[in-house]
Write a new protein. Structure first.
Length: 372
């Protein structure tokens, strides 16, 4: 049975969120050892100026939000390579760009994403290759990272084709997620209801042609996927059908579905769209966010990979596009794109969520990353 967590009657305030002035704020705001040193990506507008530093101080259970780096635009996603010691930040626009920044947030390079609306980036295990999913153009590109942190040209470029039954959202391919996994790169295409696989040779950087690793039910609109540490199971969250599909891996790199479960509470009839998905380190709790219902569904994960719903927690904001799990600090941070805030939750010992009465004002937050 799903337990519906009730939203407490409470005042909304900024909990330990301090707006700092000054161009060098990223150098001035630093996390102490054992604290969280984060950054928040936003869609640029008159209110949202770029990326913002965010520090969590565990000793005082407080959060400090710094002033923006306004030169960095539309950061829909980002990745940091400890090998090259550079950030790779996606500028989600029609002519997609990848901004490359050193540890001090100095821009060192900028290249084309070779597509439109880049929305997800991932590094391989060696930190030597970067993969990017371009949503609007429906292609995935893979770059070799050069000795000085730049992206070597030309990248491998894999263009998908096709459409789905939802004519409003699936008129063409929409690559929404990409990740390296073993000897493969996988991407999720919302527009064609597919998980695609590509062979990958980490020694040479060779990327194979696409094969269909899994085809979701028509109109499901898969968005993100996460692999379980057991090496056998993966979990696919579907934006348009509000479900998590449990997948079991085969030796040929393909998957078969073993379970499909809703992320919404029984009886809900409104409009909602899934967004992000995450597993805890133990692999026994899974989280998925619902935009519209504005909640995070929490599931227990059995040894055979099956999911059991244990909570649907209101996120106390509007449109939870992204969230980040910080188990060492027992915290989960939700980024609400439409209510312009971050909301903090405590992760209880059973993996369920409890609101912390901490809300931080940030305009159109869409991503949270870890700073070097």
């Amino acid at each position: 049975m799903i337990r519906q967590t009730l939203s407490p009657d409470r005042r909304v305030f900024l909990a330990g969120a301090t707006a700092l002035a000054g161009a060098s704020v990223f150098g001035a705001v630093q996390a102490a050892e054992g604290d969280l040193n984060l950054f928040v990506g936003t869609y640029s507008s008159d209110a949202a100026k770029g990326i913002y530093p965010l520090i969590y101080t565990s000793a005082t259970d407080s959060w400090t939000l710094g002033a923006a780096l306004p030169a960095i635009e539309n950061v829909s996603f980002g990745a940091y390579s400890p090998v090259s010691q550079h950030y790779y930040l996606l500028n989600e626009k029609d002519e997609g760009r990848i901004g490359i920044y050193d540890k001090a947030w100095n821009k060192t390079y900028e290249v084309s994403s070779q597509g439109a609306s880049p929305c997800y980036a991932a590094l391989d295990q060696s930190g030597g290759y970067l993969a990017v999913a371009n949503y609007s153009s429906g292609n995935v590109v893979v770059y070799k990272i050069g000795a000085e942190g730049g992206l070597e040209q030309p990248p491998a470029n894999r263009q998908n084709a096709g459409s789905g039954p939802n004519k409003a959202r699936q008129e063409g391919p929409h690559a929404h997620w990409v990740q390296f996994h073993g000897d493969y790169i996988y991407s999720v295409d919302l527009g064609t209801d597919q998980v695609l696989g590509y062979s990958f040779d980490a020694t040479t950087g060779a990327v194979g042609q696409a094969f269909e690793a899994y085809h979701a039910p028509g109109g499901a609109g898969p968005r993100h996927l996460i692999f379980h540490k057991d090496g056998v199971h993966a979990y696919l969250v579907t934006e348009l059908s509000n479900t998590v599909i449990v997948l079991k891996a085969a030796k040929d790199g393909r998957f078969e579905a073993t379970q499909t479960i809703t992320t919404l509470p029984e009886g809900f009839k409104g409009e909602s769209f899934c967004a992000h998905i995450a597993l805890n380190a133990a692999g026994d709790r899974l989280y998925a966010s619902n935009r519209g219902h504005n909640s995070i569904a929490v599931f227990s994960v059995a040894a055979d990979g099956r999911l059991e719903p244990i909570q649907v927690s209101p996120t106390l904001g509007n449109w939870p596009r992204f969230f980040a799990v910080y188990e060492d600090h027992k915290r989960l941070v939700v980024a609400h794109q439409n209510s312009n805030d971050l909301v903090i939750f405590e992760i209880k010992s059973d993996g369920t969520l409890a609101p912390k009465d901490q809300k931080i004002a940030v305009s159109t937050p869409v991503f949270i990353g870890v700073s070097a």
